[in-house]
Design a protein. Structure first.
Lengths: 541, 346
């Protein structure tokens, strides 16, 4: 070919020069496990549903959420949100108000009448669920979605278990609970109320069930021996809270003492205030720091005028007054008596010393191991009896509704696997997306949106809900505070900062890929990725 | 009665815009595409395509693509680039390959401004005022070798945007000192020996100020760490006719002995410490400065760079506090002069 003077080669593009050969390390896109997801007892993909909420796609967000947990409106009120405790944003300003957004989504769904996608026709096993509390309803929901026939038997007159009979209305309005329970039943779950299972082997046999999920919870109040006069008025917190669902509220008197230091004690004291008690005093044998109740419950109780009597035990109950003994903590943190006593006016004593499960229905099932009053299960939540699974408050675990919902999901999956003669593989967990993985420069500064709270004066006179919800504007704002830890949210940084144009943008929702023909492995994309979704890996030789 | 007392959800006033990463990231799926950077667009011009031989983590390759892609957008693709000799020319055009995806002319080391003047004059004669001209050079080709030609181009007010990609030394030829090398930096010609190791204090040139002194229409500085700012300045510059000057700080992993992945981080720290003021000036007067968002001491910027290693001991602690203090003084002077900590600037 004829070429101009001094030209010997055709003009070519530098694309002929595959600079990828320079590389000793290669960037790779990864998904890391956000701390919120890691901490969620219900196994929610929190970051995943926030991602949709950020874009204002609330329905998609809700659908992603209910993939794991069918109770967003309930959880958004009563969950103690361990997700927020570990949220990476807390190290920047304040944790994302995950719980508030969850509630917003739950309420939005109820308001708009969203229902679950229809479950497949029942073709699998026939499963009995004993107990319509958070664990039982969660299992029923997930099993139904996996195509199994589900029958729930519950001893109570209304479904919900401790969500209804243990949690006061001012924390969880009943219309919210009803709406989310009804939505589960609408999936085709058979719910039988007022049907207490007393002989489980017989019920299993008669109903022709292939598997059982035991979720009867823990309602029997633990008692303590208290020397008491004839006319002393003593009742337990579980029955107090239970009776609040009835037509006539119990009469407690003006001066109410609650004995115990858990969340139930706080609920009982706050309920007593609302029933007209002028004094509601919580007596606890240890100190505030050692109290099992969650901080938020204690704070709200104190705000409402509930008084706390630390380091005290009740040694005698008489009409109109009780005798307290002061305690000291020994070196191991255990309370020891001091021999010093004081009197306290009290019309009534409410015992909130914890609850136990009624496991009499297991009588005769020798292969089910019971220890410390709870049913022992393997990691798959199966008891020693093949096909009998258990979860929620009847197994050794933290006794919260969220944990029960998580148990329910897990049990549904293992029951499904068991019915098919398989074992559920342990899901691979991604590496944790810890704060060090983030490049927080890129996130806009934004303080948390606080949910409005009812004034204390109004709280103690009514059972109105104490904590309000977010509206659409501030829920969107709150969702957008999410850092999307460890998961690409398509900010285009990698695509923009590559000096070699070696990042290919695949379009909305499809993320990116590297062009290893040209990537020199400089690693700028890794450092400038806000959420830590890229890692460098040694190049294979 | 407040909304809270009423028991109804309280409507809190929100900042007008809050989109997770705001305008700090390159793109943002939550905002309209028009508010994202040009670099976020899969259809960007990619003025320097892949396969160029810039080092791993080259700040200049990045800076030049940012500037030219923005100028291509502003001129609807009617753009000619004149390129002085230097890294940018060498690594993009090893014969017979080219990375350039726009009309591009290579000049001598020192005369890019003059060649650009000629291109602009030729276009004018042919009545093609729709085609615009950019001249680009490194700091050596701008502040030292090319300064005479550049000063003439400013003085004649030729219709050229001159862009200096400042990596603060002659990198292509082996990291020799230039008039833009900062004090205390090690180069091949300012070794870390003697009482004042590295480049001496009190020398060098402040080209943005020199450009402003020529009274040209528009002068601006920028870094590769703030893309929105850089693109806005290129677009603004292309909105003016006559001589314009843009000075872009582009970290150089080779010459600065820094990790290739730290290129953007270092540029950001240069601005956030106050050492490199980011501002714009119209008709010789400073009209705006980019405020510091998270103030850092200069040692955070210096510590990442091997050219300042002699100021630290092996544990990374400051060993030459006297030198670091002088550098901090110059950062503080910038903060004061440009009002970089004033709230309304942020």
């Amino acid at each position: 070919m004829e070429k101009p003077f001094a030209i010997t080669l055709d003009v070519g593009s530098s694309l002929a020069n595959k600079t990828g050969s320079w590389r000793v390390e290669r960037p790779v896109y990864v998904d890391r496990l956000p701390p919120c997801n890691d901490a969620c007892p219900a196994g929610e993909n929190v970051q995943g549903w926030l991602y949709h909420a950020e874009a204002g796609d609330y329905e998609q967000a809700w659908r992603q959420l209910v993939d794991d947990n069918p109770f967003p409106a309930v959880m958004g009120r009563i969950c103690y949100h361990p997700c927020e405790t570990v949220c990476n944003r807390a190290q920047l300003d304040e944790a994302v108000g995950i719980n508030a957004v969850e509630r917003f989504l739950g309420d939005f769904a109820i308001e708009h009448g969203w229902s679950f996608e229809a479950a497949p026709p029942s073709s699998g096993g026939r499963v009995l669920v004993v107990g319509a509390g958070p664990a039982g309803l969660s299992t029923a929901y997930h099993l139904r979605r996996l195509g199994h026939t589900v029958v729930i038997h519950d001893a109570g007159a209304m479904p919900g278990g401790m969500m209804r009979f243990g949690i006061p209305k001012y924390r969880l309005p009943r219309d919210v609970l009803d709406a989310e329970v009804e939505r589960i039943c609408a999936l085709g779950v058979e719910l039988h109320l007022n049907r207490k299972v007393t002989d489980l082997p017989a019920t299993m046999r008669d109903g022709g069930f292939d598997a059982v999920f035991l979720a009867v919870g823990a309602q029997l109040a633990k008692r303590a021996y208290l020397p008491a006069g004839d006319s002393a008025h003593i009742l337990d917190a579980a029955s107090l809270l239970h009776s609040m669902e009835g037509a006539s509220p119990p009469k407690l008197g003006r001066r109410v003492v609650v004995y115990g230091g858990g969340d139930t004690a706080m609920d009982a004291a706050r309920t007593a205030k609302r029933l007209g008690a002028t004094d509601a005093v919580v007596v606890y044998r240890r100190t505030r720091e050692r109290m099992p109740a969650h901080d938020v419950e204690v704070e709200e109780a104190v705000d409402e005028g509930v008084l706390m009597k630390w380091l005290s035990t009740i040694s005698e109950v008489n009409e109109g007054e009780i005798l307290l003994e002061q305690m000291v903590l020994d070196d191991t943190g255990f309370p020891q008596p001091t021999g010093r006593f004081e009197k306290l006016d009290a019309d009534c004593v409410v015992l909130a010393l914890g609850e136990e499960s009624d496991l009499s229905l297991l009588t005769g099932m020798d292969d089910v191991e019971i220890a410390d009053g709870v049913v022992q299960v393997g990691p798959d939540l199966m008891t020693g009896h093949p096909g009998l699974f258990a979860g929620g408050d009847v197994v050794p675990a933290e006794r919260t509704a969220t944990n029960a919902v998580g148990n329910g999901k897990r049990a549904a999956r293992t029951i499904d696997a068991w019915l098919r003669g398989e074992t559920l593989p342990e899901p691979a967990r991604h590496e944790l997306a810890s704060f060090e993985h983030l490049n927080t420069w890129y996130y806009t500064d934004a303080q948390k949106t606080e949910r409005p709270r009812l004034e204390p004066a109004r709280r103690t006179s009514t059972f109105d809900e104490v904590v309000g919800g977010l509206d659409e504007t501030n829920a969107l704002f709150e969702a957008r505070r999410c850092l999307s830890c460890g998961n690409c949210f398509e900010c285009d940084n990698c695509f923009g900062v590559c000096p070699d144009n070696a990042v290919v943008k695949l379009g909305p929702g499809k993320r990116y890929e590297f062009d290893y023909d040209y990537c020199k492995g400089c690693g700028i994309c890794v450092v400038e990725c806000p959420c830590g979704a890229i890692v460098m890996e040694p190049e294979r030789v | 009665m407040s909304a809270a007392e009423n028991g109804k959800p309280m409507t809190t006033t929100q900042p007008v815009k809050f989109y997770q990463v705001g305008s700090f990231a390159v793109g943002n799926r939550l905002v309209d595409p028009s508010q994202r950077t040009i670099q976020a667009d899969a259809a960007r011009a990619n003025s320097i395509t892949s396969g160029h031989r810039g080092c791993q983590g080259c700040g200049e390759a990045l800076g030049a693509r940012y500037v030219l892609d923005a100028a291509m957008r502003a001129t609807e693709g009617k753009l000619v680039a004149v390129n002085a000799t230097g890294c940018l020319e060498v690594f993009t055009t090893p014969y017979p390959e080219t990375s350039w995806q726009l009309p591009w002319i290579h000049s001598l080391f020192g005369n890019a401004a003059s060649v650009a003047t000629g291109v602009a004059a030729a276009l004018e004669i042919r009545g093609r005022d729709d085609v615009r001209v950019i001249a680009q050079a490194g700091d050596g080709g701008t502040v030292d070798i090319g300064f005479g030609c550049l000063s003439g181009m400013f003085e004649r007010n030729d219709d050229v945007l001159f862009v200096c990609y400042d990596n603060q030394a002659y990198m292509n030829t082996g990291v020799q000192r230039s008039g833009a090398t900062p004090p205390a930096a090690r180069t091949a010609t300012t070794e870390t020996v003697g009482r004042e190791p590295g480049n001496p204090f009190g020398q060098g040139k402040d080209l943005p100020r020199l450009a402003m002194a020529h009274g040209i229409r528009y002068v601006a500085t920028a870094t590769v760490a703030d893309l929105h700012d850089l693109e806005a300045k290129v677009e603004r510059a292309m909105g003016f006719r006559g001589a314009r000057y843009l000075h872009v700080l582009v970290p150089c992993p080779l010459g600065w002995s820094s990790a290739p992945e730290d290129t953007i981080r270092i540029a950001r720290l240069a601005k956030e410490s106050g050492l490199f003021p980011v501002f714009e000036a119209v008709d010789g007067e400073v009209t705006a400065a980019s405020g510091i968002r998270k103030l850092v001491p200069v040692e955070e910027y210096l510590r990442l760079q091997g050219r300042f290693r002699h100021l630290f001991d092996s544990s990374g602690a400051v060993a030459r506090s006297d030198v670091v203090a002088r550098l901090q003084q110059s950062a503080d002077a910038n903060i004061e002069k440009f009002g970089l900590l004033r709230r309304e600037m942020v």
